[in-house]
Design a binder for this molecule. Sequence first.
Ligand code: 3PG
Length: 307
Amino acid sequence: MKILVATEKPFSREATEGIEAIAREAGFACELLEKYTSVDELKRAVADADALIVRSDKVTAEVIEAARALKIVVRAGAGYDNLDLGACTARGIVAMNTPGQNSNAVAELAVSMMIFMARNQFTPGTGHEISGKRLGIHAYGNVGRIVARYGRALGMEVSAFDPFVTDPEVFARDGVRMVTSVRELYENSDYLSLHIPATAETKGSIGYDLLMSMPEGATLVNTARKEVIDEAGLARALAERSGLKYVTDIAPDSAAELAEKFGKRFFATPKKMGAETAEANVNAGLAAARQIVAFFKEGVTRFQVNR
Ligand code: 3PG
């Protein structure tokens, strides 16, 4: 039984050692393919793997086709838009994620991005405090809930919207105001933290109208996915609203142009770093390895995303 850990953006050494130890204890072989630069490399390495652990690595139909022995693929992380679920299902391959395991890292980055933008990207000049400001959380999942908690701890007034969380008690017990429409959330948020997945419904859904509805001087924080932003609409809104700011952990295709045009009102990290902490690597990587062992030894399919 072979587990392949294929990570273009490698886990920390502690995490890979932990994964190898879990595999060894279960009697499985474990192979690492890190910083690979071509799909062919991935296809060659996965050819005889029974299980695959990835991060944001693209597991396309072509990769699945090459993975003749594959029974399970685990995305060590939350968003699984990088997995071709149709191709997995067609081959009877179980696809899983590891929800919650890297959430704190992403939430901390979202909060730090708000302060970074409020303080002119740490350059001289008068900035703002985020305490007392209104924070909107778009999607109240694992990351959104932590951002809400940290926002409250920093003195922010927190509201949230999630189309799938309709029980007011969930928000009330966190001291968060429940909002029942996306529009209402954006209209009332000085800081808006995005936590929606990239799906057919959400892709390109955050654009000109929503951004223009935000209060003067508002900041949109994206630690989710670049695909949910309508980039043309974003550029137009930034051009028309001189106080609007956009900070993201997933550089838009037009990042260079936006940086040049909008200066300190725009910032994108050079490479997605939300889950790049030693803690998140260990949590997500080891969870993925344990889920694989539990699947083979006990048939556990908790966290399967292609039922
Ligand atoms: C996730 O969906 O878990 C995050 O986007 C982290 O992605 P990464 O593992 O590529 O850093």
